[in-house]
Design a protein around this ligand. Structure first.
Ligand SMILES: [Zn+2]
Length: 151
């Protein structure tokens, strides 16, 4: 069993229910501050530093005007909390010193990319799969639907 890292504070799962380092991106799902039925899908790409934010229905985020919106900042904050600054910096290939970073937002000035659209479904479908596993009771035995991967 892999033990999760001990977090300096609890994750804000109401605000950022999903964050992951996957497929060369820090990506996740961020709740709307004003509409509780709306969520945003946000990502930063490793290397290029490109980013994007849209609703899960691919409507562009109104706060995204050439620079990262508040959802992307929240994603960075929660990403650094979840994985630690060193891992996020290394994954995204940023020129920042992990020891000096106190919050993800401080990494913004190291991100050199611009808005670049990806289909929200690429991230949102992973969130939905994640939710399925969250609802499974904790167990040490293999899950049957993972047996595909066992040889
Ligand atoms: Zn946004």
């Amino acid at each position: 069993m892999i033990r999760p890292r001990v977090l300096p504070r609890a994750r804000k799962v109401q605000k950022v229910p999903f964050v992951e380092l996957y497929a060369g991106r820090l990506q996740g799902v961020v709740s709307s501050g004003s509409d509780q039925d709306r969520v945003y899908v946000s990502y930063f790409e490793a290397g290029s530093g490109n980013f994007y934010c849209s609703t899960n229905n691919n409507r562009p985020c109104g706060g995204l005007r050439g620079s990262p919106c508040k959802h992307l900042v929240e994603l960075l904050n929660e990403g650094v909390l979840q994985y630690g600054a060193a891992r996020v910096i290394a994954y995204l290939g940023l020129q920042a010193e992990p020891d000096k970073v106190k919050s993800g937002g401080e990494l913004l000035r190291h991100i050199k990319g611009g808005p670049h659209k990806v289909e929200a479904g690429m991230v949102f479908s992973r969130f939905l799969t994640y939710l399925q596993y969250v609802s499974v009771a904790p167990t040490g035995v293999p899950l049957p639907d993972m047996a595909w991967f066992v040889r």
